[in-house]
Design a binder for this molecule. Structure first.
Ligand code: HEC
Ligand code: HEC
Ligand code: HEC
Ligand code: HEC
Ligand code: HEC
Length: 319
């Protein structure tokens, strides 16, 4: 339970006068309105748990589970080790980061990756940042297969799940469209009641079907809003500044979810379907006898023209 809730309870209970004096009324109420921060990986995973969605949206769930969004900290599994490299070779060596050892890590230090790989980390305490790092370290060292699986499960419990996209990141222009509500699932068009126990309402997120929605994580370039800007994915930048000006008019969702037929299993070159959509290659080869003719036994000069046309909506490869 959050400190704020205790403060409020103190305020209401007449037996707790001293407590009430210690906490100004407005502070207690403001704090009480904030959801309690997760103090462990397990608490954060359960705040953003997607398992209830599986029952009624089984096809979408299976597609999602096959995507990298379902393991956005583990990755292929290249992401988790790279996070440690960023901490050990970067953050700990920077003179002004405030980090010399793992125990100094705060949420903000992981946010240079979690901004996109786990945006809900902003709802967790610094203890969770430390627990993520210690779990990845343990996973790297573990040799027992069963324990390795457990650790991997703990890491993949942190992911870009249904409620990250359909709640936390669903609304981009919050002054115009409102702040995401804790009981609402956002869709492209529907409003009204929703059968889920916790998310029992549906709301409209105007940007969910637009490329800008994916652009929140798929990158424009350096993340200037951070104390120490990081840069990883930059593909949304190339979409905006190259594909669209060249006349491209398809959205990320058009190609990755609809044309591909993959729905929520958003994929790139690992999928045969995406590879087929990715480029046109024309090869034209000929033999050129440039010095003497064939009868003299001279080998020809080989001339090969290769024309590659990128048919995606952005640079390849990314980052
Ligand atoms: C008990 C069943 C049930 C559960 C659990 C459930 N849903 Fe739904 N959901 C539905 C039904 C039924 C609809 C269609 C409502 C309608 O069309 O009016 C729906 C609609 C939606 C839509 C809008 C679809 C559209 O066409 O725009 C989204 C998004 C969605 N659910 C996401 C989720 C997520 C995320 C979860 C887990 C947190 C979840 N649902 C859990 C039954 C469920
Ligand atoms: C601006 C958002 C953003 C930030 C910040 C970010 N990433 Fe990424 N990262 C992505 C996206 C999106 C992808 C997947 C797209 C792609 O592969 O092109 C990705 C892919 C990766 C991959 C390859 C994925 C795999 O599974 O093999 C690694 C590794 C990675 N990121 C590590 C990091 C680390 C470490 C940090 C922090 C130092 C970081 N990223 C910061 C968005 C970001
Ligand atoms: C990476 C972001 C992302 C994640 C994760 C995600 N969704 Fe979606 N979802 C979308 C977008 C974007 C659309 C709208 C696509 C369109 O119509 O343009 C959508 C559409 C839907 C729809 C309505 C259309 C359809 O495909 O049936 C449902 C239902 C839905 N999502 C449920 C879920 C559930 C359940 C999960 C978790 C298993 C989930 N989504 C995870 C981005 C996401
Ligand atoms: C909350 C942040 C977030 C949002 C929103 C998001 N993505 Fe991602 N996406 C990621 C991250 C992070 C990864 C890489 C995970 C990893 O492997 O470490 C990724 C991976 C992918 C990949 C696989 C890349 C590869 O190298 O195989 C594709 C394709 C993709 N996303 C498409 C989309 C599309 C399309 C949308 C919008 C409908 C979208 N994403 C929305 C963060 C996001
Ligand atoms: C015109 C269709 C099209 C559009 C529009 C499009 N993509 Fe792609 N994208 C593809 C295809 C095809 C690939 C597979 C090429 C590959 O990965 O080699 C791909 C690859 C990717 C990759 C992996 C890049 C890599 O390093 O190989 C990511 C991530 C991605 N897309 C995300 C997005 C996002 C986010 C948007 C919107 C800003 C988007 N795509 C718009 C067709 C499209």
């Amino acid at each position: 339970m959050a400190k704020g809730f205790k403060g409020l309870r103190c305020l209401l209970a007449s037996a707790c006068i001293a407590g009430a004096f210690a906490v100004p009324v407005y502070a207690a109420i403001n704090e009480a309105n904030q959801p309690a921060k997760a103090k462990t990986i397990a608490e954060l995973a359960s705040m953003y748990d997607s398992s209830s969605c599986k029952e009624c949206h089984p096809d979408v769930y299976d597609q999602w589970q096959n995507s990298l969004h379902a393991k956005s900290i583990l990755g292929t599994p290249r992401t988790a080790p790279t996070i440690l490299t960023a901490i050990d070779k970067g953050v700990k060596n920077f003179p002004y980061s405030g980090v010399k050892e793992d125990k100094d890590l705060q949420v903000k230090h992981l946010m240079i990756c979690a901004k996109c790989h786990l945006p809900q980390l902003e709802d967790a305490t610094d203890d969770v940042a430390k627990e993520i790092v210690s779990t990845i370290r343990a996973w790297q060292k573990e040799e027992d297969t069963a324990k390795l699986k457990d650790l991997e499960g703990k890491i993949t419990s942190l992911n870009i799940g249904c409620t990250v996209c359909h709640n936390q990141k669903a609304i981009i222009h919050k002054w115009a469209d409102g702040f995401p509500q804790s009981d609402t699932i956002y869709s492209t068009s529907k409003t009204g009641a929703h059968d889920d126990a916790k998310f029992n309402k549906m709301g409209k997120a105007p940007a969910l079907k637009e490329s800008i929605f994916c652009g929140q994580c798929h990158g424009l370039g350096p993340n200037f809003e951070l104390e120490h800007p990081s840069q990883c994915a930059t593909l949304y930048g190339s979409y905006l500044y190259a594909y669209v000006p060249e006349g491209g008019h398809e959205t990320c969702q058009d190609c990755h979810m609809k044309k591909s037929g993959l729905g929520h299993d958003m994929q790139a070159y690992r999928s045969e379907k995406m590879r087929k959509m990715s480029m046109d290659v024309e090869v034209d080869g000929r033999a050129l006898y440039w010095r003497k003719n064939k009868a003299d036994g001279v080998l020809p000069l080989g001339v090969v023209n290769v024309e590659i046309m990128n048919k995606t909506g952005h640079v390849v490869p990314d980052g």
